[in-house]
Write a protein of this length. Structure first.
Length: 329
């Protein structure tokens, strides 16, 4: 198989490895055309960096001025037809384990779809990962992309979990959300470990293998408190960290993280599913509205449907659901 692949590499058309110094601009155009509905500000920033590398790649490479965030984009394969790049797959090493790899940016130009190009790109990626000693490979795909899902499923990938991406573009005034009484607390620095253990108890182990739960995600200190005070002074939404305790044990957490759009995170112990979600989401939106925020976003796992229901009941709409899929190599 490797000999066949290498023979293809020498052909003017077909499969070949990514050439970072000449392919970045064309790959950026292909990714934008294929995933325009899914790109956020960070995604478009990455495309700008790729196009810059496409124009000045050799010069920037010589100077060592390339952004390290582009590193993951430099390995993979492209498919060439009629002298232009019409297909791409990115292959990158997982930052969490030496034997785990990630496949991303599987894209084929619309007019070239249905010819087996995506499957050929995937086969090349899997062969590369196998040759590098990889044992597990993961990818993400939109739940509503039936064609891509079929390709991945026939190649042995299985769904690990889904993440629903939600938006509330117009937070309207509403009555004070129902009080949870003495059970509801503002979290302090000392609660970080409890929030971390709560998140670990909620998150399935196979999900944690790809997206580890980090205690630092729930820890905050003087820098964050000062930043929140500054946000209040200039009329921006500060952060919010609240939790529900029962018999001294943390059972649910809601966090609002500041940004161009406030990001709401919800974590509830499995034994409490369906009990606290709506009240906590209401508390979060009350906080955002109080400080002049008019929109919010959330990314919530599908293994907690009660949480997604609470977001939608509060005015959020699901913009897309991404499935995490994996297989052994």
């Amino acid at each position: 198989m490797t000999g066949l692949v290498m023979q293809r590499y020498r052909q003017p058309s077909g499969l070949r490895p990514v050439d970072p110094l000449r392919d970045m601009g064309a790959i950026a155009d292909l990714i934008q055309a294929s995933f325009a509905d899914d790109l956020d500000q960070m995604g478009y920033a990455m495309l700008r960096e790729m196009r810059t590398m496409g124009h000045l790649g050799a010069f920037l490479w010589f100077l060592g001025g390339l952004n390290s965030s582009l590193g993951a984009m430099l390995s993979g394969f492209v498919w060439v037809e009629d002298g232009k790049i019409v297909g791409n797959v990115t292959v990158s090493h997982s930052p969490h384990a030496h034997d785990r790899w990630i496949i991303s940016n599987v894209a084929v130009a619309r007019e070239y779809r249905g010819r087996g190009i995506a499957r050929a790109l995937m086969n090349a990626a899997l062969e590369m990962i196998h040759g590098a000693g990889g044992h597990i490979v993961t990818l993400q795909v939109r739940e509503d992309n039936a064609i891509a899902r079929h390709i991945y499923e026939t190649m042995g990938f299985r769904v690990v979990c889904g993440i629903a991406h939600l938006r509330n573009e117009h937070i309207v005034p509403f009555e004070e959300p129902p009080s949870l009484g003495a059970h509801l607390h503002h979290l302090t620095f000392a609660d970080a470990k409890s929030a971390y253990y709560l998140a670990r108890s909620v998150t399935p182990l196979d999900v944690q293998s790809e997206w580890p739960v980090r205690i630092g995600h729930y820890r905050f200190g003087p820098d964050e408190l000062l930043a929140d005070q500054l946000r209040k002074l200039i009329g921006k939404v500060p952060s919010l960290r609240m939790g529900i305790k029962d018999a001294g044990e943390l059972r649910a957490v809601v966090i609002v993280r500041p940004g161009n759009q406030a990001k709401v995170e919800l974590v509830v112990h499995p034994d409490e599913f369906g009990r606290y979600e709506q009240m906590l989401v209401a508390q979060a939106l009350q906080h955002v509205h109080r400080w002049g925020g008019c929109s919010a976003i959330a990314a919530h796992p599908t293994y907690h449907p009660e949480g997604i229901a609470a977001f939608t009941a509060a005015g959020f709409c699901v913009s897309r659901t991404l499935l995490l899929m994996s297989r052994e190599v």
